[in-house]
Design a protein around this ligand. Sequence first.
Ligand SMILES: [Zn+2]
Length: 289
Amino acid sequence: MDETLLWEVKLFSFNIANFKADGGAMFGVVPRVIWSRYVKPDDQNLIPLALRSLLVQTEDRLILIDNGIGDKQDEKFFRHLNMFGGLGLEGGLQKAGFSMQDVTDVILTHLHFDHCGGGVYIDSDGEYAATFPNARYWLTREQWENAINPNPREADSFLRENLIPMQELGLLEFIEEEKELVPGVELRIVHGHTPGQIIPIIRFGTKTLVFGADLFPMAAHIPVKYNMAYDLEVLKTMEEKEEFLQEIQTNGYSILFQHDTQHECGTVRLGKRGYQLDQSFGLENFIQS
Ligand SMILES: [Zn+2]
């Protein structure tokens, strides 16, 4: 190996689990006859959603982006989520060759339960403990303040048992503005889905990967008008998507779709009817192409 080569970033993704959510809620005002072409609902109008995390290994850091739902809630909570499949958090890390102890940084895009619930667990003494004991957990102060004093629309998504233990265990590091966490890992901030959501952007050689989080949860959310009913400020989401899509399409970036069971990654093209999915591929293809 050439000694002069710089350390290359390594990327790993894994799906923690799938769950189901109402298809209508995932597509807002888009009619069912349209969105059901992209993803087929079951007899209760539910569609499957992935819980995909991304691991970014740099020379001296192992950064995990989001960590799924966790396991602290009761049986009724999980019954409503209809969870199935996936590797689990520990299983996903193991498959990539790592343990919970190896993670140095956790980026929490936002604090809705399906993005941060794996951050703390209840140990055998019944105490809350850090899932990643050697990691700092990064999030925006704006999202934290929004989550601990939730508005009525989002209150059901911010679970105290996920949030307060992370603070009491001293895990949290707040960011106040957009920044590079480490060279090659940029944190952008958007507000339409929830105030202060982080969108991580990873530079990988000459390529760039955007972690879609809940700005681009599925490939079907690429069109500017296709938005979740969960978005607090949908006009803001549309503006933020338009701006991001222009940058993504112009520069040939790829997006990793956190919640899409069919498309792991994709590129974007601008056609007559606006922005759409161009190529669909797995992270392996992104890495090797
Ligand atoms: Zn969300």
